[in-house]
Ligand binder design. Structure first.
Ligand SMILES: [Zn+2]
Length: 201
């Protein structure tokens, strides 16, 4: 069944983290699944990300020219991104041991492209033409290495997704309050009610 790429699935706060979060319940073999299991989801993800990540992308459209050649590059960046930044949340620092894998994956995704990035109003290059998804993931992942981004990285305690907390006082707990925050509230409420129930004799 095709994935519905809703706003909630772009709760990572950065394109590279949204891609990392396409593995749901990572680390939980019983519940984990991969939304990129069908390669046909790549262009659908790219189309949705074009809308939800327009601010980060400087309104540049994302596309996938060749699904089969893009898939291994996208998955390599996704896995390296998750490993490096998940470890960074746990340690509060980026480990050099995690960097070669990410930098290698980014190099593979950017090789052969001819783009001019980081112009003041064109962070991902000229929005007149579309940018390939794998190249955009590389640029997004590399931009997260700044100390301010690392300081704001979080892991959602409900769904285990990575996200950047851009709130003013950096106190956000959930990837998405409307989804994960409410689920946790409902669970707490249920547990309290169970605890208050008088057992029948
Ligand atoms: Zn969450």
């Amino acid at each position: 069944m095709a994935i519905s790429w809703t706003r909630h699935r772009f709760s990572g706060g950065a394109l590279a983290l949204d891609a990392a979060n396409t593995v749901v319940h990572r680390g939980d073999p019983a519940r984990s699944f991969d939304r990129f299991e069908r390669a046909e989801e790549l262009p659908r993800f790219a189309a949705a990300a074009t809308g939800y990540r327009a601010a980060e992308l400087g309104a540049r459209k994302l596309s996938v020219a060749d699904i089969r050649s893009a898939l291994p590059k996208v998955l390599a960046i996704r896995e390296a991104t998750d490993r490096l930044f998940r470890n960074a949340v746990r340690r509060g620092a980026v480990a050099t041991a995690d960097m070669p894998e990410l930098l290698g994956a980014c190099a593979g995704a950017l090789a052969g492209h001819d783009e001019h990035l980081r112009l003041p109003d064109q962070p991902f290059g000229d929005p007149a033409t579309p940018l390939q998804l794998e190249a955009a993931l590389a640029v997004s992942a590399l931009s997260l290495l700044s100390p301010d981004s690392v300081r704001r990285l979080r892991i959602c305690p409900n769904c285990n997704w990575l996200f950047v907390d851009r709130s003013r006082n950096a106190s956000r707990l959930w990837c998405d309050m409307a989804v994960c925050g409410n689920r946790q509230k409902a669970k707490r409420h249920y547990r309290r009610r169970k605890a208050q129930e008088v057992p029948h004799a």
